[in-house]
Design a protein around this ligand. Structure first.
Ligand SMILES: Cc1cc2nc3c(=O)[nH]c(=O)nc-3n(C[C@H](O)[C@H](O)[C@H](O)COP(=O)(O)OP(=O)(O)OC[C@H]3O[C@@H](n4cnc5c(N)ncnc54)[C@H](O)[C@@H]3O)c2cc1C
Length: 416
């Protein structure tokens, strides 16, 4: 089959890999001059089923309202009259019940655990390395109250298959000596030993090159997907800025832009952009800094050790499609990072970046056939797209092939 995949982020590129591996003739359409130049360029680097908790929950409702008048929170909402923002917000609020939060988290965790198996198998099959570390991720808390709350959240995941260990501050710095400097300010943590870290930009670029070289996939960079040509309930071509590309099936993986494209082709894909910031700094003395990924849950800062670099990530900001950043946006991140890892990096050497999480109101991505019999979605992966990419791509390839998926797709499929 000729399959056109729209978008060469981590989601589109992994889908393209699995589709090409199945023997399909795959073309990828990407507006940038290379792969992973959108959100997948510089995320926090955590491949972490431990982060599968859905954002929408009864607690998020209170945080969302507080963020409207409290500028210091890691969550920032610039109130907007953009109808898409208002519709998305209403849908998000509808997902904020305890029952919906549990259901959404359960679906995400199922995909995240599967995805972890898939990325490990993919790395072995392709030989791709991406500054990966399989040493776990540490979620830590500054107060007993927040530790108790965090343990309750992670226990929900543990009851559904995530391996975790609750650690006091002494054990915590044994497994993460990088945090020794602030040991006395930490109440304790939850260690998720099977979580991992890695650079999604390197991963995607290498996977794109592998898929081209070994599997015959064709990446067409610098062209924009503009719409679809249909005929009798089927897609027969993708309209692009470089003309129509004939196909037997198409996959939409346009990240934060999936909602805009969906509206063009008459499909409701409620993806809205949620901005975040990352800073990447070289670690000159490699004996310093963290040995694994982590999240300072009270300061809402995530970090990864990527080779001799430290990646710091923060903030969930509702600012439409604005991707700009200023040095002042990183002041709080650097303040906390210096407290966590003193004398480890020089912020003047930082590579600063901002990107947009493709967020569904439920935090659950949508994968599978939509509206047309040969149109598929693989999008809306929100704050954990790097974690979910490989499992999503494999599931999508199974659905395109009409094979029984290896996991239950319930809760992920598009409701036509
Ligand atoms: C600050 C931050 C930290 C994060 N940390 C983590 C983390 O630690 N772990 C984790 O799992 N996830 C994390 N994420 C989320 C993760 O990075 C995303 O979910 C993931 O990168 C989304 O991938 P994507 O392929 O859907 O989108 P993208 O990477 O944006 O790819 C979509 C592609 O489509 C292209 N495109 C768009 N419109 C068109 C068009 N009309 N025609 C042609 N091409 C088009 C874009 O150029 C882009 O390349 C983080 C996100 C942010 C912002």
């Amino acid at each position: 089959m000729r399959v056109v995949v729209l978008g060469a982020g981590v989601i589109g590129t992994t889908a393209a890999y699995y589709l090409a591996r199945d023997g399909h003739e795959v073309t990828i359409v990407e507006r940038h001059p290379g792969a992973a130049e959108g959100t997948s360029r510089s995320n926090a680097g955590l491949v972490s089923p431990g982060d599968a908790t859905a954002w929408a929950s009864p607690a998020a409702l209170a945080t969302f309202i507080k963020s409207l008048y409290s500028p210091d929170l890691g969550i920032k909402v610039h109130f907007s009259l953009d109808p898409q923002f208002l519709i998305w917000t209403c849908r998000f609020l509808m997902q904020c019940t305890a029952a919906r939060a549990r259901a959404n988290t359960g679906v995400k965790l199922r995909l995240a655990l599967y995805s972890r198996e898939c990325i490990n198998a993919l790395a072995q099959d392709t030989g791709i390395s991406y500054d990966e570390r399989r040493r776990g991720v540490l979620y830590f808390y500054r107060s007993q109250q927040s530790l108790d709350k965090g343990v309750r959240h992670l226990q929900f995941l543990a009851d559904r298959g995530l391996e975790i260990a609750i650690v006091d501050r002494i054990r915590l710095v044994e497994i993460e000596p990088g945090l020794a400097a602030i040991k006395d300010q930490i109440a304790g943590g939850v260690y998720s030993p099977m979580d991992q870290t890695g650079d999604s930009h390197i991963f995607v670029q290498k996977l794109a090159a592998f898929s081209e070289r070994k599997l015959g996939a064709r990446f067409r960079y610098g062209i924009t997907a503009e719409g679809l040509e249909e005929d009798g309930g089927r897609i027969r071509a993708v309209k692009t800025s470089a003309g129509a590309i004939a196909c037997d099936a198409a996959v939409v993986s346009l990240g934060p832009e999936s909602g805009l494209f969906g509206r063009k082709i008459g499909i409701d894909v409620p993806v809205y952009p949620v901005k975040g910031y990352t800073a990447t700094v070289p670690i000159d003395d490699e004996s310093r800094g963290p040995v694994m990924g982590g999240v300072d849950e009270d300061r809402l800062i995530a970090y990864s050790r990527l080779g001799n670099r430290l990646r710091l990530a923060a903030t969930a900001e509702f600012a439409g499609f604005d991707r700009h950043h200023r040095p002042s946006d990183f002041a709080a991140v650097f303040r906390v990072a210096k407290e966590l890892f003193p004398d480890t990096f020089d912020e003047r050497k930082a590579e600063l970046w901002a990107g947009l999480r493709p967020m569904m109101p439920s935090s659950v991505p949508v994968i599978g056939q939509a509206r047309y019999s040969n149109l598929f979605l693989d999008t809306g992966h929100g704050h954990v797209g790097w974690t979910l990419a490989c499992g999503s791509g494999k599931l999508l390839a199974d659905l395109v092939a009409g094979r029984k998926p290896e996991i239950d797709p319930q809760g992920l499929l598009y409701r036509n």
